[in-house]
Design a protein around this ligand. Structure first.
Ligand SMILES: [Zn+2]
Length: 537
């Protein structure tokens, strides 16, 4: 009998990505009849480990640090062995797993052979005959039994999206589905094709691109190329007529992956056409999130979606197995995530926002209590300072900044304790809010003070926002040894948001609109400073 090397598998197109290039790639996977072994060709040698999940009658080989760039693929039963099926897929992001489903518990020798500089093969010696439980099969001992008598399939028709196979005896078929490209392979055991039918290709149907008729290894084989990835295959077997009907799964309407801004982060919505369940988790530390979605189908791109929104670099779509789609989100920065299933169970909502450390700001409303600060004709400085500080607190908290006030009501607080509060809180920034007074009532406008040179960028950022937003005269950024800017461990500045001794400024300082504008300018300046400074080490 023929003992050609026969691979009942596909050579997968390798979609190169930098990661994939770095990892060992699975080039080819199949059953090698000559060797009596399941063979996996790899781009380079790697250590492998075998696991035997005997309770579940599975023999598992893991290939660490390797990638399999196809979707999960499957071989049907290996005749003459107790191997019911063989599957290969990306089990973990860096591990390819080969699973042999067994009819009874068994182990197989696994060997690594070098084929060439760039090609090695993992050989799982399953044998080609029924392996005795617990015994090893050696290649030399492999004897493939003579095939049982076969009979010929009489006719194969393609009527629209229906494949009809006529035979004299009842056909036993194994149906294997592949996703890349979408394809169904049907093996008819113990059946052959009439010579005139061999290697014929039938065309037609809305959901079928083509049907190839093959005879291999004493089996008749139909390879049905599907027009759509979501095509559904229904099979019915009668005594002399066997049918496969290819239909489109439920229309995939609004399904897909949608991204929208949500607060400081993004919301990713995955809409399916049917109810789904999911699992979410992290891969390799903090820089990747995965979402495994089971059930439903989606309009999803095959490869990467580059998002590049500063938080999510890209989303990669892959297939875990027949029922499970895996989305891997490559992240640009540490994030926190939330996830929930919509009430109709068809949409998964994932919130992704920067987890960064919370930035902390101490806001210091000048004066308070008995210390009233500057006096205008109507206003006391301590009140204006507190009103603006409370607005700053609200605005910063809306931006996710943790804000501490040195006082939140009209109480007296000494200067050094104010500085101490910022230090104890380990704040990133200290901002003291004041309003000014001068003997010359004509003097008006904005001034900002700092002391330590490291505080200058903060003072400039806040000052420029104040001048731009409040549209008052720019009286400059100055160095001064005020206690609340001198002794701080973190960058600190003191702003004078107007002159209470100037009637025009006082009228503005009394207005909620001006107070809110001042608060938003201070907030924007601090945020600019924090952004330019980058994440805290
Ligand atoms: Zn003051």
């Amino acid at each position: 009998m023929q003992r050609r090397i026969l691979f009942l598998a596909l050579l997968f197109l390798v979609l190169f990505s930098p990661e994939a290039l770095a990892a060992t790639q699975v080039r080819l996977f199949g059953y090698d009849q000559k060797r009596g072994a399941v063979v996996v060709y790899l781009s380079k040698a790697l250590p492998w480990r075998t696991l035997r999940l005997s309770q579940r009658d599975r023999f598992v080989v893991d290939l660490p640090k390797s990638v399999y760039l196809g979707s999960t693929s499957q071989l049907s039963a290996i005749p003459g062995t107790n191997v019911a099926s063989v599957r290969i897929g990306q089990f973990e992001p860096d591990t390819v797993r080969i699973v042999l489903d067994l009819k009874s518990p068994n182990t197989f020798p696994v060997e690594l052979e070098t084929v060439s500089k760039d090609l090695v093969r993992v050989v799982i010696r399953t044998g080609g005959q029924m392996a005795q439980s617990g015994t090893k099969n050696d290649e030399k001992e492999v004897k493939v039994p003579s095939p049982p008598a076969t009979f010929n399939i009489e006719q194969v028709e393609l009527r629209g999206d229906e494949v009809i196979v006529h035979s004299k005896e009842k056909l036993a078929a194994s149906v294997n589905r592949f996703n890349t490209p979408p394809r169904v392979v049907i093996d008819f055991e113990k059946a052959g094709l009439l010579p005139a039918m061999r290697n014929k290709t039938l065309r037609g149907g809305k959901n079928i691109r083509s049907v190839r008729l093959l005879e291999e290894n004493e089996r008749a084989k139909l390879v049905i190329e599907l027009a759509h990835r979501d095509a559904k295959v229904d099979v019915s077997a009668g005594t002399t007529v066997w049918r496969a009907t290819i239909s489109r799964s439920k229309p995939v309407g609004e399904s897909g992956l949608f991204l929208r801004r949500q607060g400081k982060g993004w919301q990713m919505v995955l809409k399916a056409d049917d109810e789904v369940s999911f699992k979410i988790g992290r891969l390799s530390g903090n820089d990747r999130l995965y979402l495994d979605v089971t059930g439903g189908s989606f309009n999803l791109p095959r490869d990467s979606v580059y998002v590049d929104n500063g938080i999510i670099a890209r989303v990669r779509v892959g297939t875990q197995d027949e029922k499970t789609t895996r989305l891997v989100m490559d992240l640009d920065q540490p994030v926190k995530h939330t996830v929930k299933l919509a009430s109709d169970r068809r949409s998964i909502l994932i919130g992704i926002s920067p987890d960064a450390f919370e930035e902390k700001v101490t806001v210091d409303p000048g004066h308070g209590g008995r210390d009233q600060g500057a006096r205008g004709r109507f206003l006391k400085e301590k009140d204006v300072n507190l009103q603006v500080a409370l607005r700053v607190q609200r605005l910063m908290e809306q931006s996710g900044i943790n804000v501490q006030l040195t006082r939140s009501k009209d109480v007296e607080v000494m200067l050094r304790p104010r500085v101490g509060m910022g230090d104890n809180n380990d704040s990133d920034v200290f901002v003291s809010i004041h309003a000014n007074s001068f003997s010359n009532p004509g003097v008006r406008g904005i001034e900002t003070y700092y002391y330590n040179p490291t505080s200058l960028p903060l003072a400039k950022a806040v000052h420029s926002h104040l001048v731009r937003t409040l549209k008052r005269p720019d009286r400059g950024v100055h160095r001064n040894n005020f206690v609340v800017v001198k002794y701080n461990k973190m960058p600190a500045c003191l702003v004078e948001i107007g002159y209470l001794s100037n009637s025009e400024d006082e009228a503005l300082l009394a207005s909620k609109v001006y107070q809110e504008k001042a608060a938003s300018a201070i907030t924007a300046g601090v945020k600019d400073f924090l952004r330019d400074r980058g994440p805290r080490q």
